[in-house]
Design a protein around this ligand. Structure first.
Ligand SMILES: *[C@@H]1O[C@H](CO)[C@@H](O)[C@H](O)[C@H]1NC(C)=O
Length: 231
């Protein structure tokens, strides 16, 4: 009985928390093990989210790099397998940052005003008139297409899902993040932007970060960060 309750406690401790250790490209999981192209996050064990959106962890939540670089064709859809059900309401956003000439996606840290957003999900009402977001309560983040006009080359791809269930209090939104090392092929000649730095782009009291989602019309939600680049 004692062993059972310890086990149950351990299960309860990670309930509602998650990591995104595997990249999916065009519906296919391209990482046959966790953290191959995706940089292992600091919460790989605890699964807990980041609560301070100005912390250095908001960039990739990682203190390490990944061993390999994934090939991703421009125009492909990308998303991530989640270790637990994504049961907290909130948007999923995707960002890219181009690796500077002379650097490698295997080592570059993503510093500077180099990140642009290319996708962000909006909420809708469920049958009980509660705000829900696409892919909520599933085991994978909502997919987004990398704009076909994105130039070929090496990038860091960043996903974030922002859990807003307690976000009416300051610094109580939870950010779940992963960054993958990718090589975009068959790209175009677009000029992505606007670019922001991470940390830097978010403040604790941004209307999409400190927000009461239990008293909000779906189209009134404003996700944090710049407008998505459409390609
Ligand atoms: C990226 O893809 C291009 C085109 O296939 C290839 O020439 C290049 O070597 C690749 N770079 C890496 C780091 O995989």
């Amino acid at each position: 009985m004692k062993i059972l309750s310890v086990f149950l406690l351990a299960v309860v401790a990670v309930e509602g928390h998650y990591t995104f250790p595997r990249l999916v490209v065009n519906g296919k999981t391209v990482e046959d093990r966790d953290w191959l192209f995706t940089r292992q996050t600091k919460n790989a064990q605890s699964k807990s989210g980041i609560e301070n959106p100005t912390s250095g962890d908001i960039r990739c939540y990682s203190s390490t790099t990944a061993p390999q670089i994934a090939t991703v064709p421009a125009g492909a859809s990308v998303n991530y397998i989640s270790t637990q059900q994504i049961n907290h309401p909130g948007p999923t956003q995707y960002y890219l940052a181009r690796v500077p000439a002379g650097s490698s996606a295997k080592t570059w840290d993503g510093s500077g005003s180099v990140w642009w957003k290319f996708a962000s999900t909006m909420p809708y009402y469920d049958a009980n008139k509660q705000l829900v977001w696409p892919a909520q309560n599933t085991y994978a983040t909502h997919p987004a297409a990398i704009p076909a006009n994105t130039p070929s080359g090496e990038y860091l791809l960043r996903v974030e899902q922002i859990a807003l269930h307690m976000a009416s209090q300051a610094n109580k939104a939870q950010f779940y993040i992963s960054c993958s090392q990718i090589n975009i092929t068959n790209g175009g000649n677009g000029t992505p932007g606007p670019t922001v730095s991470l940390p830097g782009a978010y403040r604790s009291n941004d209307p999409g970060i400190q927000v009461n989602i239990y008293n909000l019309q779906p189209d009134a939600y404003r996700a944090p960060g710049p407008a998505p680049w459409q390609g």
